[in-house]
Design a protein around this ligand. Structure first.
Ligand SMILES: [Zn+2]
Length: 108
């Protein structure tokens, strides 16, 4: 039973990562119509998926994640969870750190 569950999870995980890899390859290597199609069809899906995940990890009024919170860590100082911080780091901080690099790379 455990082997079946692990195998199913592995297959789901691989399928998801394959899909994400395909999207990145199409965005990086595809022609302009392909990139435009990705922006209009896949980007909204990605944003919806990310918003759904972030909804589960949004800090409550005490700054704690209701999904990741556990009794063991409840006495620690309140802070957003790793999932929330990682999304913020990847999407906002990384972009702010290299706004021109992204633009030049996209244009070149
Ligand atoms: Zn969380």
């Amino acid at each position: 039973m455990t082997v079946v569950a692990t195998s199913l999870f592995g297959q789901l995980d691989r399928s998801l990562h394959d899909h994400l890899g395909d999207l990145v390859r199409q965005a990086e290597l595809g022609d302009d119509p392909t990139a435009l199609d990705l922006a209009r069809t896949e980007l909204p899906k990605m944003v919806a998926a990310l918003r759904s995940l972030l909804d589960e990890h949004s800090p409550d009024e005490h700054g704690r994640c209701p999904t990741c919170r556990s009794r063991r860590f409840s006495r620690r100082l309140p802070s957003p969870c790793r999932a929330y911080l990682t999304a913020h780091l990847c999407l906002v901080i990384a972009q702010d750190a290299h706004p021109r690099a992204r633009h030049v790379r996209a244009a070149g």
